[in-house]
Design a protein around this ligand. Sequence first.
Ligand code: F1P
Length: 348
Amino acid sequence: MKPGYFTRQEVMSQPQTWERTLRIVTKRREGLQDFLAEASFKEVLTVGCGSTHYLAQSAATLLCHGTDSLAQAFPSSELWLFAHTIRSDAMLLTISRSGRTTETIRALERFRDDGGGPVLAVTCYPDSPLARQADFVLVAPDGQEQSVAQTRSFTSMLLLVQALTAVLADDDEMFERLYSLPECLSNLMDRAGDMAEELGKDLTVEQFFFVGAGPLYGLANESMLKTKEMSLSRAEAYHPMEFRHGPMSMVDEHTLMIGLISDTGLTEEISVLRDMQELGARTMAIIEDASVLAEWQPDNIIELRSGLDEWQRGPLYLPAIQQLAYYRALTRGLDPDQPSNLTAVVEL
Ligand code: F1P
């Protein structure tokens, strides 16, 4: 098998995978409504490990913004070992591609033992131990992968979380708007693929910084993890405005700084990129509409053109970064399907 054979397939199949995932979650919609109507909770604790921890971060932000619930994200191990805020009026949203990660299963068990409320699982494997122990399961079976690093599984499970948010918010339009994402992604991949490949092959870049705020912070973290796992490169992620508080001391001409640009923080986020370009960094903005960049241009721009707001277009930010990491891995002579030292599931 050629290096990266599976990763390439998994990344490129995302438009079709999203379509199928949306069809499946649409069939579960009524069941989900019934479950949520019965489930009494004031707060949602979201957990996962690695990629799915970062997905849990985005999930918490989406739920807080879109619904009446408070939501907090933790790595599964924090809930398992420290049981931070388990209360009977909390719902657990547990996220795991495999549904087999030990820490995530232990977090669920601890949540039950300590008298937590209902448990909702998001996973790619309907028959996994996690799915079997949850009260309700949202599944993206088409997100399953052969590769270690999560790509289409992550974005598909993010879609499930967005669908959950829409159902919890009782917002039909929010749910329907998700259907535009697969086609947006097809168009985007046609437009942005070459740039991702060119940047991925550029080994003059020695370190990556990803910045994203609000619903995009978890996605900046996931971008960082993808770059590390697949291409074994130095990568860090921050909230954009945090970057001036120390991390910018690392910026040099071998830095690529990628901004996942929001609507709310747009002006400030662009000004962080501009300042880092002045310090020598190469900059890239992933942005909904590049016409707002009249005064100053980053070195590279990926325009999403989704017509969706920052709370809805999240999955579109990731595929170009996954492609970049894939090409960088190949250019460095690595196999992105099999990152060093990693297994697809951590079972303790
Ligand atoms: C989570 C995870 C992956 C990571 C690594 C080990 O698995 O941390 O994100 O890439 O290979 O497992 P899961 O609980 O989502 O299946």
